[in-house]
Design a protein around this ligand. Structure first.
Ligand SMILES: C[S@@+](CC[C@H](N)C(=O)[O-])C[C@H]1O[C@@H](n2cnc3c(N)ncnc32)[C@H](O)[C@@H]1O
Length: 298
């Protein structure tokens, strides 16, 4: 039952495909279906950014990672506070929508990029491994543990403020879905009801997912920016009426301890009713627990 719930939820939001276009469309369609219940989340996210920038007279460059369609980011605030805005996202279909939210003449650009820089390389390496090696779960776990991050995929030099909006928790989910799909397809190893693989694979997969989150935080930490605005999901809850059926941890590292060049200035948290029971499915609902951090350079 839970396996099926996870399947339905993720196929709607994150289709098992390399195509970020599909993911973007999944988000857009869900945002429309759940417009009413998404409002408090989108408002909290924008209010947090407004409060974080309230002391800022005028910054020069804002870089927004995971900009998407700017659903949870206020383009007017960026225009009011920054001379230039640089948007980054892997979803090509979000470019036109995001750029369309800025007035003509404002200095804004959109870079289409996969922000971890390694998802395709890791996926290809895993596929080669699974096709070339005999079935051996210990060896596969060792392979997952040895996957390494590369150089920073994008340069944030010159950014006075960097925003990472709902991205930290997404990057490893994408990798996990690809990895689990390949392992199932090539070796027939299937995740259990809770979406977990058998040990020692599960621990090794989680370690690789945590490495991706550390890599994202390293990118932010070394950005040289004066300020960071980091909004991310810490957990996902599947519930039925008042009962929580399953809670999964999405935050696998500690942002505060990885962002050593910064000091926390302000934080907030709230719940995002992503797919409330009764709107998309009558049987269950899905919510994310969201955290927001504003950090300043030490
Ligand atoms: C949950 S959405 C956040 C919503 C987005 N801020 C908006 O307002 O539309 C996550 C965004 O991160 C992007 N994303 C996820 N993983 C990514 C990656 N590895 N590299 C670049 N963008 C990614 C998605 O394409 C999506 O636009």
């Amino acid at each position: 039952m839970l396996r099926y719930l996870r399947y339905l939820y993720y196929r709607a939001l994150f289709p098992r495909s390399r195509d970020f276009l599909n993911m973007g469309m999944g988000i857009e369609a869900r945002a429309e279906r759940c417009a009413q219940t998404w409002l408090p989340h989108l408002r909290s996210s924008k209010d947090f950014q407004m409060r974080a920038l309230s002391q800022l007279g005028h910054g020069s460059v804002a870089s927004v990672l995971g900009a998407g369609r700017l659903l949870d980011i206020d383009a007017d605030l960026l225009v009011a506070k920054f001379l230039e805005t640089r948007l980054y996202d892997a979803d090509p279909s979000s470019r036109r929508v995001a750029l369309g939210k800025f007035p003509r003449g404002y200095a804004v650009n959109f870079t289409l990029t996969e922000i971890s820089g390694v998802l395709d390389r890791w996926t290809q390496a895993l596929d080669l491994f699974l096709r070339g090696e005999a079935f051996d779960l210990d060896k596969l776990a060792a392979f997952l543990r040895e996957l390494r991050l590369g150089d920073a995929p994008i340069l944030l030099a010159g950014s006075t403020h960097v925003f990472s909006v709902n991205l930290l928790s997404q990057i490893p989910i994408y990798w996990r879905d690809r990895a689990q799909a390949l392992i199932e397809q090539r070796w027939g190893v299937v995740a259990n009801e809770q979406g977990e693989l058998t040990e020692p694979l599960q621990a090794a997969l989680l370690a690789s997912m945590a490495r991706l989150q550390s890599g994202h935080l390293r990118l932010l930490n070394e950005s040289g920016a004066h300020g960071l605005i980091l909004i991310f999901d810490t957990d996902i809850e599947y519930y039925k009426n008042l009962e929580i059926l399953l809670r999964q941890r999405l935050l696998l590292v500690s942002p505060e301890s990885e962002l050593k060049n910064f000091t926390p200035l302000y934080r907030d948290n709230w719940t995002w009713e992503v797919s409330p029971q009764g709107i998309e499915q009558s049987e269950y609902g899905v919510r994310h627990l969201v955290q927001a951090l504003h950090l300043g350079k030490l």
